[in-house]
Design a protein around this ligand. Structure first.
Ligand SMILES: *[C@@H]1O[C@H](CO)[C@@H](O)[C@H](O)[C@H]1NC(C)=O
Ligand SMILES: *[C@@H]1O[C@H](CO)[C@@H](O)[C@H](O)[C@H]1NC(C)=O
Ligand SMILES: *[C@@H]1O[C@H](CO)[C@@H](O)[C@H](O)[C@H]1NC(C)=O
Ligand SMILES: *[C@@H]1O[C@H](CO)[C@@H](O)[C@H](O)[C@H]1NC(C)=O
Length: 292
């Protein structure tokens, strides 16, 4: 019956716990005296202050090495990506000529995209640059040459696709305009041998007869060298990306036409790897339905 004698009554257990919580004889709280608790708290206080200090110091040192004007790390593709306008959720332009509602959004999209290219705004904010040469504005050593100017892009250069001569950009007659732009890459010098890179579009894979006649604006389909290099949003506040407009003059109606536009005349190596599949090119689906 040894076990029974070891069993404590409920009251005894409570008393032991009470004593552990506060022992009036030894003045111990949870088994430690006030000075012992004080030392422990002091230790943790100093420990956490030290940790916070370490964190602040490393953060500060790291921020010192960052530069507001240049990304420290830039995952540079050999050739930059391209994008089209108008662009919806997907790279598709599908509409019916007779259904105004189906193409009105493309016209609105182009209107708002081209607003900053208005002549009056460009004259106000950007400089008339000599064409066909890079517009470099290097910093001289530590002295920053900021803010940097940007070159004017005339909306009128887009002619039939400027929305000025034809306010529906040809969508109402089944000869739509699509704008092509090159993604911004800081410090990129595109082109080769002092010639500007140019855009060309073609039907992907299928029968090339689907597109027939294409017009480009500017007529040489180039992104002029004077719009490069780009120095970043902070240094070049008024930068206007150069555009090339493609007008589909005689496309086949009621058929899916998969178009691919790509950039040519770059000194960069032609992208071949899987990773660079979208570099220097953009593909989109164009389908124009017509009841006639
Ligand atoms: C640009 O010009 C168009 C047509 O001239 C006008 O409707 C539009 O309001 C202008 N946009 C800006 C931002 O000035
Ligand atoms: C940017 O444009 C504004 C007017 O829109 C102009 O006052 C300013 O000087 C321009 N800045 C640069 C760096 O070109
Ligand atoms: C822009 O248009 C003006 C006249 O409207 C012209 O003098 C200038 O050369 C044009 N600039 C470009 C880059 O086409
Ligand atoms: C469009 O292409 C068709 C088929 O090749 C041709 O018969 C027609 O003349 C072309 N129309 C124009 C305006 O170029």
């Amino acid at each position: 019956m040894a076990k029974d004698s070891e069993k404590k009554t409920c009251g005894q257990v409570m008393d032991e716990w009470k004593e552990f919580f506060w022992n009036p004889r030894t003045h111990e709280f949870l088994g430690r005296t006030a000075s012992s608790w004080g030392l422990i708290l002091l230790f943790y206080l100093i420990f956490y202050i030290f940790l916070a200090g370490m964190f602040t110091l490393t953060m500060y040192v790291m921020l010192l090495t960052l530069d507001d004007y240049h990304p420290t790390y830039q995952d540079r593709l050999a050739t930059p990506g391209m994008m089209i306008q108008p662009k919806g959720k997907s790279l598709e332009i599908i509409y019916s000529i007779q259904d105004t509602e189906s193409w009105d959004m493309y016209v609105q999209n182009l209107n708002s995209f081209l607003d900053p290219y208005n002549e009056s705004l460009q004259v106000l904010s950007n400089k008339e640059c000599p064409p066909d040469v890079y517009f470099t504005q290097e910093d001289s050593g530590e002295i920053r040459n900021n803010p940097k100017r940007s070159c004017r892009f005339n909306r009128t250069q887009l002619k039939d696709c400027s929305g000025l001569e034809d306010r529906f950009y040809g969508y109402n007659v089944g000869r739509p305009c699509v704008l092509i732009k090159l993604n911004r890459v800081i410090g990129m010098f595109p082109g080769k041998d002092n010639a500007s890179p140019y855009v060309s579009c073609a039907v992907k894979k299928e029968n090339t007869d689907l597109i027939r006649k294409l017009d480009y604006y500017p007529t040489d389909a180039t992104f002029n060298l004077m719009y490069f290099p780009y120095y970043g949003k902070k240094a070049q506040v008024n930068y206007s990306q150069p555009l090339v407009a493609v007008k589909f003059q005689n496309i086949t109606f009621n058929a899916d036409v998969n178009v691919e536009c790509k950039i040519n005349g770059n000194s960069f190596a032609n992208p071949t790897s899987e990773r660079d599949k979208f570099a220097g090119r953009v593909s989109f689906k164009l389908r124009i339905n017509s009841k006639e």
